[in-house]
Design a binder for this molecule. Structure first.
Ligand code: B3K
Ligand code: ZN
Length: 859
């Protein structure tokens, strides 16, 4: 397989300051004419990208070119002789209705929509489809007015009008130069939820959220989220919106969450539509954060874009950091932090520990679509967060302003970005940048010794990063560790040189020792380290359960309270796995139950405390691993916790759910704890519990709780389970987003047979990525015990779906394939079955995207 390399970057030899695109929209034959002003900036050939384009004509400075004047391959158009400055016109025909890969211009729900990142634009017209070629786009489109009354593109609307033949036209003009991956076009019949926003500069902005007919009211939350995002970016980063129009369009068929096209964001409808009856709190929260994320790209991504795709984390890691900060400010910071770290550990740590591991800024790739990973996004964000700790928040804020000032309007690199923080902090950040070049999660060993005579706690900290594919040895990276010393009552102990009882220790080398001189006590203090998860690492610390419990009781950092219990629970699950006859540790269960009870006034946090580490997380701590065995051990611990919390669950669930419904963090927290209690009720696994869950389901006043009941009932073998599955379907079968959930909870809790049955259900639809994911990703990525079951059926079901999906939608298939990334860690029987399915897939003629993942997974 050929790969693209960072070191081979060369600038494009031409500049195209302006392009006019003319679309005549027809589903099966859309005519696209492009007119570009081209100017040579250095020696080199004029090569344009273009895939599956029917070429009608090429004109250079008004003259039609004969076939000798250019050369075409499946992916490029090269024009042999060009002057230094010229106007190039191309005329092509494309077939959006045949576009099942959903990259380029395609049809969803009878409407036109586009997706150009990373390389979709080349499916629309000939163009240097790379992020460092930025141009001002003028768009004109015409279409049948009755079918496509609304015509949208980037920027602000210009002229529009009717033709005599039932067609109409509209023009859009985007004054901000942009790369082709930010181009967007939507055409169809929509309902719109409108609003306005006035920027801090006093500029008026018209906002619109375009959705399916009859759904306008379900766009209200997305609109509220948009306005909150616009305000937040002004207040937090001084960034105002820069056009008179901002539109969001919701589409049902979409390969990922959403896309930040300039002035015209296109969203997976799952992250736009929310009504109080049909959406969960998790949906409201996800909409808020994704609307924020795409909006924040306007500055970090669009105004300042990436020079090449190796720099993807420049926009993605930074924008994830920005959306996480936004959610922290709007909701609860500690709860947000815990959720973000859960996601990081489940997805990114796993990726970083397997065959698909790659640096946050890779130096080569086989297929660009496969680079939109947890590492680029999630670890990319963690590195920015660690930077804020490493140089301090003031220097960070200053550096961001330098970045906005100096790099506005450019296609930049990670080096450019870091130069701003070097200026702001006066620090050399070349060591810190190693984080971007090295894959793998660093492991930090923490050892402490207490000298009572001098009241000094000596810490010995050492780091090592495991080898990853292509990187056998690793350099140390600077690891900023927020640290505090606590006494047994949870008071901060004063340490020389620290303010407010907290300091930052930076582990810059392979190994360091630090003396912390304590004042005011001669008792050995408790060490609280990596507070708020200040660095994305694993901590290796040998603590007995007694000390961990003592620490959990004294902790003042909510993240670490939660994390201490996670460590305790993880150790206990492994102990139970190795001792099948042993009952769960009463002291631990009691402490966890007490922690939940004593945090009931912060219900969102209490809910997180009830969540034991999931199998995906436990998976990473043992090799070879038997997910089914882990699942049983975990269930035993969970049952003991459920017994401990039974009276509390009954008391909490006897209260009414908050009314009237509001999707805010406060009510969501209460519902999160109620849902956790619903889950624990199910962990009791009795006939009584099944009846109780059915009555809770029947009375559930919102989707969050009815879904929690459904999810909890799926593993039961009782009449109530079947009744609830059926009644949920009957109630919601007109609402595809809710039916996606119905599929997902069954695939996420059921067996391979269930997954197979769901994939054969009449409502299963291979052409709809949400529906495919609701079965295949829910099963293979969240239900590891069933997916990796020894009979191999789980692997087969997913292999079959991937094979079918790949024929239409390679990006989707490649993403699903990553669920096999841990296969080498499995116990021998499941490992053999995973290998067999992967090899079988490899013998088929798969897409380039899928082959890239397969080759690395098997490599
Ligand atoms: N930038 C897009 C992701 C595009 C994925 C292309 N394969 C959405 C986002 O991260 O905001
Ligand atoms: Zn993004």
């Amino acid at each position: 397989p050929v790969s693209v390399k960072l070191e081979e970057y060369t600038p494009y030899p031409f500049e195209i300051d302006q392009v006019s695109l003319d679309f005549s929209l027809e589903p099966a034959a859309t005519r696209v004419k492009a007119r570009m002003n081209v100017r040579r900036t250095q020696p080199g050939a004029l090569v344009l990208d273009g895939v599956k384009l029917d070429l009608n004509e090429i004109r250079l400075d008004g003259k039609t070119l004969g076939p000798d004047a250019y050369e075409r391959t499946d992916e490029t158009l090269t024009i042999h002789k060009v002057p230094d400055k010229f106007v190039l016109e191309t005329d092509v025909t494309i077939n959006p209705s045949a576009n099942t890969a959903l990259s380029g211009l395609y049809i969803s729900g009878g409407r036109f929509c586009s997706q150009c990142e990373a390389t979709g634009f080349r499916h629309i017209t000939y163009w240097p489809d790379r992020p460092d070629v930025m141009s001002r786009f003028h768009v004109r489109m015409d279409a049948d007015k009755s079918k496509y009354p609304i015509l949208l593109s980037n920027g602000t609307p210009g002229e529009s009008g009717d033709h005599s033949d039932g067609r109409h036209y509209a023009e859009w003009d985007d004054p901000h130069p942009k790369p082709s991956y930010l181009f967007a076009l939507c055409a169809g019949d929509y309902d719109v939820w409108r609003d306005t926003f006035t920027t801090m500069n006093g500029d008026h902005v018209d906002l619109g959220v375009y959705v399916d007919k009859g759904q306008a009211a379900s766009a209200e939350w997305a609109m509220e989220s948009l306005k909150a995002s616009m305000k937040w970016d002004e207040e937090r980063f001084g960034r105002a919106y820069d056009l008179g129009v901002f539109n969001i369009v919701a589409v049902r068929d979409f390969n990922f969450g959403a896309m930040e096209n300039k002035g015209l964001n296109i969203f997976n409808s799952a992250y736009v539509l929310a009504s109080q009856e049909s959406a969960t709190d998790a949906d409201f929260e996800a909409i808020e954060s994704i609307v924020g994320h795409e909006y924040f790209h306007n500055w970090t991504g669009n105004r300042i874009t990436c020079r090449d795709w190796f720099q993807l984390c420049l926009k993605e890691g930074l924008t994830v950091f920005r959306d996480q900060e936004f959610s922290s400010d709007l909701r609860s910071r500690p709860v947000q932090r815990i959720k973000d770290v859960m996601r990081l550990r489940a997805r990114q740590f796993a990726e970083d520990a397997g065959p698909l591991a790659h640096p946050v800024r890779p130096s080569k790739y086989g297929s660009i679509d496969n680079l939109y990973t947890a590492t680029v996004y999630e670890k990319g964000s963690e590195l920015i967060r660690a930077l804020t700790v490493f140089i301090g928040i003031n220097a960070f804020n200053k550096g961001m302003q330098i970045y906005f000032d100096e790099y506005d309007g450019t296609a930049s690199t990670i080096e450019d970005f870091y130069s701003c923080f070097e200026k702001a902090s006066g620090k050399d950040l070349s060591q810190f940048r190693r984080w971007y070049a090295q894959a793998g999660t660093p492991e930090v060993k923490v050892e402490e010794s207490w000298d009572a005579a001098s009241s000094t706690l000596t810490l010995t900290l050492s780091q090592k990063t495991p080898a990853t594919p292509g990187q056998p040895t690793k350099e140390p990276v600077p690891i900023p560790l927020r640290t505090a010393l606590l006494d047994g009552n949870g008071a901060h102990v004063s340490v020389e040189g620290w303010d407010n009882g907290e300091g930052v220790i930076v582990l810059e080398d392979k190994k360091i020792t630090v003396d912390l001189k304590v004042t005011g006590t001669s008792e050995k203090p408790l060490l609280s380290i990596n507070r708020q998860f200040s660095a994305p690492i694993r901590i290796d610390r040998e603590l007995t359960n007694e000390v961990l419990l003592e620490l959990a009781a004294a902790e003042t950092d909510p993240f670490n309270i939660w994390d201490n219990f996670q460590t305790l629970a993880r150790t206990e699950v492994f102990r139970l796995l190795d001792n099948p006859q042993s009952p769960p540790d009463e002291a631990l269960v009691g402490a966890l139950g007490d922690a939940v009870r004593s945090n009931e006034s912060d219900p969102a946090f209490a809910a997180l405390l009830t969540a034991l580490p999931d199998i995906g997380e436990l998976f990473q701590h043992r090799e070879p691993v038997d997910p089914a065995g882990l699942n049983d051990a975990r269930k035993r611990l969970r049952k003991a916790l459920a017994e401990n919390l039974k009276p509390d669950a009954e008391r909490i669930l006897a209260k009414p759910s908050p009314a009237p419904f509001k999707p805010d963090a406060e009510q969501a927290g209460i519902r999160a704890l109620r849902s956790a209690m619903i889950g624990l009720t199910g962990a009791l696994d009795t006939a009584d519990a099944s009846r109780k869950l059915k009555s809770l389901f029947d009375a559930a006043p919102n989707m969050t709780e009815s879904l929690a009941c459904l999810r909890t009932l799926v593993p039961f073998q009782t009449p109530e389970r079947d009744e609830v599955i059926e009644s949920f379907y009957e109630t919601w079968n007109e609402n595809p987003l809710v039916i996606d959930k119905w599929f997902a909870v069954q695939a996420g809790q059921g067996t391979a047979d269930d997954a197979r049955r769901l994939s054969q259900h009449p409502d299963f639809d291979l052409s709809n990525p949400n529906r495919v994911r609701s079965v295949a990703a829910a099963f293979s990525m969240t239900n590891l015990a069933a997916f990796h079951a020894r009979d191999g059926e789980g692997h087969k079901v997913i292999g079959d779906i991937i094979l079918e999906a790949d024929k239409r939608n390679p990006a989707l298939a490649a993403r699903l394939l990553t669920s096999f990334e841990q296969w080498r860690k499995l116990e021998p029987v499941a490992k053999a079955s995973a290998e067999k399915v992967l090899k079988q897939l490899q013998s088929e003629s798969l897409s380039k995207n899928a082959s890239d993942i397969l080759a690395r997974a098997l490599g």
